[in-house]
Design a protein around this ligand. Structure first.
Ligand SMILES: [Zn+2]
Length: 167
């Protein structure tokens, strides 16, 4: 079973999100992926927050065990290795660029924000800077959209996976 498709945010979701994040969630417009238990895994966030701040990270990973598993991977220095691979592997680079375009298209559906036009997140399209962002995108979009995000999810699979609740 894969995480469910994007759904509306409920009052209960907002309570869980505040708990997961340790602060009130900002700019939430939907739940982009849920755990099998129903709790949010990834939130869909407005491209401009209520206070006017442009917010490029449309898909934000919120589930604490998932965040922790990806943080462990980041600590291993994988971003540098993946960025180097993007420079060498044309096929991977092309797929990653398509992921960047898909990310921008999704965000554009939520509204156009000039300050961040053409800028996605996580280092896309040519670098790998934040594995949380890429894993969040992979969970929201499903397999086959973000190759690096898919790889991150595969690498943390022993520690955390979306089809097994560890909330
Ligand atoms: Zn769960």
């Amino acid at each position: 079973m894969t995480p469910t498709a994007a759904t509306a945010v409920t009052d209960q979701d907002l309570v869980v999100l505040a708990e997961q994040l340790g602060r009130p969630p900002r700019g939430v417009v939907g739940i982009a992926a849920r755990c099998v238990c129903g709790r949010p895994l990834v939130v869909r966030t407005a491209p401009r927050l209520d206070d006017g701040t442009p917010f490029p990270t449309t898909y934000y990973l919120t589930c604490p065990p998932a965040v922790a598993a990806v943080s462990t991977l980041e600590a291993s220095g994988l971003m540098k290795e993946l960025t180097a691979r993007l420079a060498e592997d044309e096929e991977l680079a092309a797929a990653y660029r398509r992921a960047h375009e898909a990310y921008l298209a999704d965000r554009e559906e939520l509204g156009h924000v000039e300050e961040i036009a053409g800028i996605s997140a996580g280092g896309m399209p040519t670098r790998v800077k934040c594995l949380h962002v890429l894993a969040g995108h992979a969970l929201a979009a499903g397999p086959g959209v973000n190759p690096i995000g898919d790889e991150v999810l595969a690498l943390v699979r022993d520690e955390w996976r979306p089809d097994r609740c560890t909330c």
